[in-house]
Design a protein around this ligand. Sequence first.
Ligand SMILES: Cc1cc2nc3c(=O)[nH]c(=O)nc-3n(C[C@H](O)[C@H](O)[C@H](O)COP(=O)(O)OP(=O)(O)OC[C@H]3O[C@@H](n4cnc5c(N)ncnc54)[C@H](O)[C@@H]3O)c2cc1C
Length: 324
Amino acid sequence: MRDIIIIGSGPAGFTAAIYAARAELKPLLIASSVEIGGELMNTTEVENYPGFPEGIMGPDLMAKFQAQAERFGTEVVYDDVVELELDGLVKRVKLGNGGVEEARAIIYATGSAYRKLGLPEEEVFSGHGLSWCATCDGFFFRQKTIAVVGGGDSAMEEANFLTRFADKVYVIHRRDTLKASKIMQQRTFDNEKIEFVWNAEVTAIHGESKVSGVSLRDTVTGDVRGLDLDGLFVAIGNDPRTHLVHGKLDLTPEGTIAVEGRSTRTSVAGVFAAGDVIDPTYRQAVTAAGTGATAALDAEHFLAALGNEKAAEAVLETEFAVVD
Ligand SMILES: Cc1cc2nc3c(=O)[nH]c(=O)nc-3n(C[C@H](O)[C@H](O)[C@H](O)COP(=O)(O)OP(=O)(O)OC[C@H]3O[C@@H](n4cnc5c(N)ncnc54)[C@H](O)[C@@H]3O)c2cc1C
């Protein structure tokens, strides 16, 4: 049996692995079979990760995370976790290949998925004018014409933020009313750089090597027209990847895994969660890495307590009151 199994190979998972491996806990990291390296694999230049003043390509950054984790003895398995047994002292992790791994502690770092428009071009243009994160990519659109798709608070927030850089920001929304709060709506209506495109659905994204425009279908008349753009931001929601722990770990009203205070302790002793799967707000590589480090330290303390039988009993009896 292992001390720690880490599920997820994004910034949170690999940072947890670096810390756990340096603490000589010989972690096993389950990286997934398809999306190894997490969300930064879908982007090009990352300019806001500290330590890289010239910027670094997303996949190169993740290769460095992995190399650092492996250098200290992390074992990486390229498979998906399909089932989890989290109760009791021994946690069981079932893999896609049918194998079962056991550990005393689990770090769950499966990230979250930005909702997509469902267009085949999204894969082609991701990181080439198409983005899901204004904080990450707004800087690349100075004096450009761009659009944000969505009608909720985050779409309004992204649109307003992007006017710091872009000359013009369209907000493309399927209906003629917004879901966003009244205050966010007003702030957006008052922003002179923002123009609404109502009752419109993006049906195609165009461009050679990067986005140059979209096709919009009028949801009332069905008419299709083109809109020239330098960039497109999709802000239609985000889903934490929690399906494996439904009914097993407490979740927050936002759907993220609930953790106790500033720790990464979940509602089940010995199970820790880190990264975007616990974060409804910030969702950045550096914040995910930060909670990855916290999770490894929390797991280390938990394992140290297990060494003492009495303490172990007390630890297992603890049900953390993480949500109201
Ligand atoms: C296009 C794009 C560009 C971005 N640009 C930036 C940027 O410039 N700067 C920045 O700071 N942030 C950026 N972000 C946000 C950043 O990528 C995330 O905040 C960060 O990756 C979250 O890290 P994480 O480890 O929590 O999750 P993720 O990176 O999402 O990693 C989760 C991992 O868990 C794995 N996983 C999920 N389910 C399973 C399972 N059942 N079994 C095994 N493995 C599983 C996934 O495959 C994945 O490898 C960007 C995001 C996107 C989508």
